[in-house]
Write a protein that binds this ligand. Sequence first.
Ligand code: ADP
Length: 218
Amino acid sequence: MNIILLGPPGAGKGTQAQRLVAERAMVQLSTGDMLRAAVKAGTPVGLQAKAVMESGALVSDEIVSGIIGEMLDTLGADTGVIFDGFPRTAAQADALDGLLATRGRTLDHVVELEVDEAALIERIVGRYTCAKCGEGYHDRFKLPKVAGVCDVCGSTEFKRRPDDNADTVRTRMAEYRAKTAPILPIYEARGLVQRVDGMADIDVVSRAIAAVLDGVAG
Ligand code: ADP
């Protein structure tokens, strides 16, 4: 099964993708995570992407489509894929069609997480993750049970993304509205889109996505 999680920054795509990976034979391909890894490693792609990401603009279609193609080639044919943060433009949606077709894969579902933009800014600006295991936390909505200690792995180091500040978030939202939202009709025309209320509790959202994947959504 191959699915796309679509929704504005902070909609919860990454959180839900991680849950799906834990529960099913699927991998998460997050272009944001891959680009951050490239920035950290100082690769040529990372050097090109760093300033663009910090401004909240989009990295070039060629770069992100290229890294998705490379990642797909590392996977076995029976491994399902969750695309998280890709495609983000019509050109990327087009590229994805080609990347899937040449590998004998088909797209099964596009899940759109519907959210309220004002609430998203608060979600994003307060979020941080464990530096060791990646568990997500939030200054207001999800504090560690013991202050300063990760619930999952016990690490005391946490990190915040440099692009999770109010200014950059507004640019990221504007990019979503201008370039990403317009790809929804492409998938709608193919009958692939199902909407899930992304403002509900994390568990409720997970159940709604599971219902879509299992074909029991209303
Ligand atoms: P979010 O969904 O919270 O905005 P991501 O981690 O998906 O965060 O992406 C962070 C940044 O990485 C984006 O603002 C953009 O600069 C870059 N990026 C990630 N995926 C893509 C993509 N498919 N196309 C272009 N740029 C991308």
